[in-house]
Design a protein around this ligand. Structure first.
Ligand SMILES: C[S@@+](CC[C@H](N)C(=O)[O-])C[C@H]1O[C@@H](n2cnc3c(N)ncnc32)[C@H](O)[C@@H]1O
Length: 243
C-alpha cells in the first residue's frame, strides 16, 4: 500500500484494472473533477499502444524494451506481442513491485528498475535474460506515457542515447502530451511543475537521428486506426521512428 498516487496506477484504474490503491482512485477522481471523464481517453491511448506493438511484430520485432512502463496489464505490450520477449522498466518502486508480482513466472516478460534518462543503468542481467536479441536483433523501444515527465534537453539526450544503444532496424514507439490541459488549468496544476505539454510541430526536433515514418506525428486515435478513429480529445500525440 502507498500514500502517494501514481499516474500509472491511475491509468490502471481508468482502464478497469485492479492494480491500484485508494490513493490512486482518489487522485483519478479529483483529476476527472477538474478535467472530465478520462477512461475513454486512456482506452484510446492503450489501443494506440496495441496497434503500434502489433505493427512492430509484423516488422519482425521480437524484443521489446519498455520505458515508464506503468502497470503491465490491460492490453500492455506482452499481452499484444504474445510470442515476444518484453522487459518492462520504470522508476517507481511500488509500480515495479506490482509489475513483478503480475509477471511472476512469466517466461518471456519481466519487470526491472530502469530510469529512461540513464538507459545504461538497466541491470545487464535482466537485459541478457529477458531480451535475448539485445545487441544482435532490432529492438522495439516503447516510450509511451513518459515524455511529459522529461524536459526537452533531457528527452532529446535520452532518445539519442537509446538510438546509439540499439542496432539498425530498431523502432521507437513514442507519444507525448499535447496542449489539451492548457484549457483546463486546475487539471494542469494537478500534474505539477515537472509536467511538459508539447506542440506536435516541435516534437520532430527532439527525435535526433531517429527517422520518423511517413505516418507522421498524429493524435494517437488517428495513428493507423482500425476503422473509424475513437472520438476523443486530441490529448496525446504519437508516432513511430526508425533507426
Ligand atoms: C503516465 S505513466 C505511463 C504508464 C504507461 N507507459 C502507459 O502509457 O500507460 C508514467 C510512468 O513513467 C514513470 N516514469 C517517470 N519518470 C521516469 C523515468 N525517468 N524513467 C522511467 N520511468 C519514469 C512513472 O513512474 C510512471 O509509471
Amino acid at each position: 500500500m502507498t500514500e502517494t498516487p501514481s499516474t500509472a496506477r491511475m491509468i490502471d484504474y481508468w482502464l478497469g484494472g485492479r492494480h491500484h490503491f485508494p490513493v490512486d482512485v482518489a487522485a483519478a477522481k479529483a483529476f476527472e473533477g477538474a478535467y472530465g471523464p478520462c477512461a475513454v481517453i486512456f482506452r484510446s491511448l492503450r489501443d494506440f499502444s496495441g496497434r503500434m506493438v502489433t505493427h512492430l511484430v509484423t516488422q519482425g520485432i521480437q524484443n521489446f524494451l519498455v520505458f515508464g512502463a506503468g502497470v503491465p496489464t490491460q492490453g500492455n505490450v506482452h499481452e499484444v506481442a504474445t510470442g515476444a520477449h518484453v522487459l518492462y522498466t520504470d522508476i517507481d518502486p511500488v509500480t515495479i513491485a506490482l509489475g513483478q508480482e503480475i509477471l511472476a513466472g512469466h517466461g518471456r516478460a519481466a519487470y526491472a528498475f530502469g530510469d529512461a534518462t540513464d538507459p545504461d543503468g538497466i541491470d545487464p542481467a535482466a537485459i541478457a535474460t529477458f531480451l535475448p536479441g539485445w545487441g544482435r536483433e532490432p529492438i522495439g523501444v516503447v516510450f509511451l506515457g513518459l515524455a511529459a515527465f522529461l524536459d526537452d534537453p533531457t528527452l532529446a539526450r535520452t532518445l539519442d542515447q537509446l538510438y546509439r544503444a540499439v542496432p539498425a532496424g530498431s523502432m521507437l514507439a513514442f507519444d507525448f502530451d499535447g496542449e489539451e490541459l492548457a484549457g483546463h488549468p486546475a487539471a494542469l496544476a494537478m500534474m505539477g511543475e515537472g509536467f511538459h505539454m508539447r506542440d506536435p510541430a516541435g516534437f520532430p526536433a527532439l527525435l535526433g537521428s531517429w527517422r520518423l515514418t511517413a505516418d507522421g506525428i498524429v493524435p494517437v486515435a488517428r495513428w493507423r486506426p482500425d476503422g473509424d478513429p475513437a472520438d476523443v480529445p486530441d490529448a496525446f500525440y504519437g508516432g513511430l521512428a526508425l533507426k
